[in-house]
Write a protein that binds this ligand. Structure first.
Ligand SMILES: [Zn+2]
Length: 235
């Protein structure tokens, strides 16, 4: 119930803010949305791939999904079209994938195809960080080499800094990340926080902080939406 109230209050404030403060509201609240930019929300990992695991057993994949679902709801309330690469922890692996490695690969290929097949898409991939020592904390945004990604990452980093503190700067993503390499649209990967930092882990466990993170991500998307439209030749 508490989560619902927080989400509802946050959503009302967000919509009011989007509607009154930005000329963008003329676009996102219209009904002919066929040529709008589509936010593709990727909850990192999932299924057999839990991602990083905290000392207390919290799986990164579960935190990613919780934040992704909230972000999807909030963007939807603001009239921004979205697509989720997954909406649960159950991944439908193809029959031919016999090993865990093959199943993970198949899932990544499915997500890449979804991203590449989305017209006017922009990728927002949600992850949690982990480190060998407990000191590092804070959110960090990484961007792909596709044009439009770096500016979006910097905008998102600025929005997250209001919530998480100004610890970090947006940076290019590692070439090792398959999905970010495959995305042919503007793409950012957000490491929302460190599972290895005890205080941040306790925050990442809470519904309230997950909602706040989703709000920050939504605000970043709204704030940069006109630039993303301009990327696709309209703005
Ligand atoms: Zn991850």
């Amino acid at each position: 119930m508490k989560f619902r109230l927080v989400t509802l209050a946050a959503a009302i404030m967000l919509i009011a803010w989007a509607f009154f403060c930005f000329p963008l509201s003329r676009r996102v609240f219209r009904t002919d949305r066929g040529d709008c930019v589509v936010m593709i929300i990727d909850a990192g990992h999932g299924g057999e791939d839990g991602g990083a695991v905290a000392a207390d057993g919290l799986k990164e994949s579960d935190v990613n999904l919780a934040i992704a679902l909230r972000t999807d709801q909030l963007l939807g309330l603001c009239g921004i079209p979205t697509r989720l690469t997954r909406d649960s922890d159950d991944i439908a692996y193809p029959d031919y994938a016999e090993t865990t490695r093959q199943r993970k690969r198949a899932d990544q290929e499915y997500r890449a195809a979804l991203i590449r097949g989305t017209d006017r898409g922009v990728l927002l991939s949600i992850h949690q960080n982990n480190y060998t020592s407990s000191g590092p904390r804070g959110a960090q945004v990484f961007y792909s080499s596709v044009s439009g990604s770096e500016a979006f990452a910097k905008e998102m980093q600025a929005n997250l800094a209001l919530l998480c503190g100004d610890h970090r700067k947006a940076a290019p993503v590692s070439e090792d990340i398959y999905l970010m390499r495959q995305a042919n649209c503007p793409a950012i990967l957000v490491e929302c926080g460190f599972l290895s930092n005890p205080e941040e882990l306790s925050l990442l466990r809470s519904d309230e902080y997950r909602t706040k993170l989703a709000l920050a991500l939504t605000a970043g998307c709204i704030h940069h939406y006109q630039e993303l439209e301009a990327h696709y030749g309209k703005g």
